[in-house]
Design a protein around this ligand. Structure first.
Ligand SMILES: *[C@@H]1O[C@H](CO)[C@@H](O)[C@H](O)[C@H]1NC(C)=O
Length: 443
């Protein structure tokens, strides 16, 4: 526990955790957002100039399992949020790293992030924003019907790498605990509410290193390689006179009308009809090519650019935890942030904080929902009493407006995210698709 005493806020955090569970490992950072949290967290100046920086609300939210257990919640719509806290700088080299926090989307999040970032020592908290390089980004991200996932981005050599596996996130309006574990054997696990949702090797599930094997760029298809699976059947010959069969013939049933006057109407010719004998242009049958060797593939060779990185999982400098979000609808509440090397401690911490309040929170939410629905139906009844048609019109109009706003927001959000993860993903898959060709060209 060498870090003890390096910062007073850290001591406060340690005292707080002592009451939760015994720590076998090391806790690098822990935040329950008890009083005094504002001294530990620095709000960035990012987006302040154009008045789009959102305010945080220190609250337990509209429904909770313990009104005294507060976190920080985004409180303004259409705002950017950027806030961070420091801990004694460390590297997770040769260590297990556990990053954990709880998040609740009270607003029924339709488009927005709920993730946190770990940042290196060279970050200026006052300038922390969407462009600030980070080491790890982790947590849920929801936008429309298509994006409902847990982001797990690892940044290596200035490049963001998204996890290739799909990890669905929670989409309800209750508190959930997200945990990412990175082990020194380069394996990882992602947990939601202490249940493992994904795990594997960082080597396999992120494309951080170049491919181990590539197609031999020197290899050429042998001249005599027959890659035609089918060839024309030489046995199949065009029947004699086939091309002489006309496509159309004069209608044998047609008769020259009685009143046809050759002199005035010209010479009568029968109208034509499709010839039932006509079978279209002749096509020679195909047959399996007995010399077919299959599609030629260049043999794989070791990629000269591949170099193993035994510290693929490690980050030299971790010093800040930041929350950087764009929110269309506010109401996302973060709490119980933990960075430790102790998996067991993290598990207990989750149980004894958010886990302990889960049932009470669910009951409070159900109660709030019941109230909301009752009020809603009371309002509808009022409208009905006035005038049915009016009420319908108003409702429809409002719905349209909301739909329009949402569509625009989604677009705005996509633009914002372009700077960040989404773009990387598009790039990643594009890159992946042309990886082999690219390597080929480069060599
Ligand atoms: C903070 O959250 C509480 C609980 O949801 C709410 O009553 C209050 O209005 C919020 N304050 C601001 C400034 O948003």
């Amino acid at each position: 526990m060498a870090v003890l005493g390096r910062s007073s806020c850290f001591v406060a955090a340690l005292i707080a955790l002592a009451s939760v569970a015994a720590v076998a490992g090391e806790v690098f950072f822990q935040e329950k957002f008890d009083d005094g949290w504002e001294d530990r967290w620095i709000k960035s100046d990012w987006k302040k100039d154009d008045n789009t920086a959102g305010e945080w609300n220190h609250t337990s939210g509209k429904w909770n399992g313990d009104a005294d257990d507060k976190g920080i919640q985004t409180s303004e719509d259409y705002r950017f949020y950027a806030i961070s806290a420091q801990y004694p700088e460390f590297s997770n080299k040769d260590k297990t790293l556990v990053l954990q926090f709880s998040v609740k989307h009270e607003q029924k999040l339709d488009c927005g992030g709920g993730y946190v970032k770990l940042l290196g020592g060279d970050v200026d908290p006052r300038k922390f924003g969407g462009e600030t390089p980070y080491s790890i980004m982790f947590g849920p991200d929801i936008c429309g019907y298509t994006t409902k996932k847990v982001h797990a981005i690892l940044t290596k050599n200035g490049k963001n790498h998204l996890i290739k596996k799909d990890v669905p996130c929670e989409t309800d309006q209750l508190t959930h605990v997200y945990t990412m574990i990175i082990r020194p054997d380069a394996t990882y696990s992602i947990l939601i509410d202490n249940v493992e949702k994904q795990s594997g090797s960082i080597y396999d599930d992120w494309d951080i290193l170049p491919a181990k094997k590539i197609k031999d760029p020197e290899a050429k298809k042998p001249e005599d390689w027959d890659d035609k699976e089918y060839i024309p059947d030489p046995e199949d010959k065009k029947p004699e006179g086939y091309d002489d069969i006309p496509k159309e013939i004069p209608d044998p049933d047609a008769k020259k009308p009685e009143d046809w006057d050759d002199e005035e109407d010209g010479e009568w010719t029968a109208p034509t009809i499709p010839n039932p004998e006509y079978k279209g242009p002749w096509k020679q049958k195909k047959m399996k090519n007995p010399d077919y060797k299959g599609k030629w593939k260049a043999p794989l060779i070791d990629n000269p650019e591949y170099k193993d990185d035994p510290f693929i999982y490690a980050f030299d400098s971790l010093k800040h935890i930041g929350i950087e979000l764009w929110q269309v609808k506010s109401g996302t509440l973060f709490d119980n942030i933990l960075i430790t090397d102790d998996i067991e401690y993290a598990k207990k911490f989750a149980e004894e904080t958010s886990g302990k309040n889960r049932e009470a929170e669910k009951a409070a939410f159900d109660e709030a929902e019941k109230k909301r629905l009752e009020e809603e139906s009371a309002n509808t009844k009022d409208d009905d009493d006035d005038d049915d048609n009016d009420a319908d019109e108003d409702e429809d109009g409002a719905d349209d407006d909301i739909a329009e706003i949402n569509a625009e927001d989604a677009k705005g959000y996509a633009d914002v995210k372009t700077e960040d993860a989404t773009d990387d993903k598009a790039e990643d898959s594009k890159e992946k698709a042309s990886d082999e060709e690219k390597t080929h060209d480069e060599l």
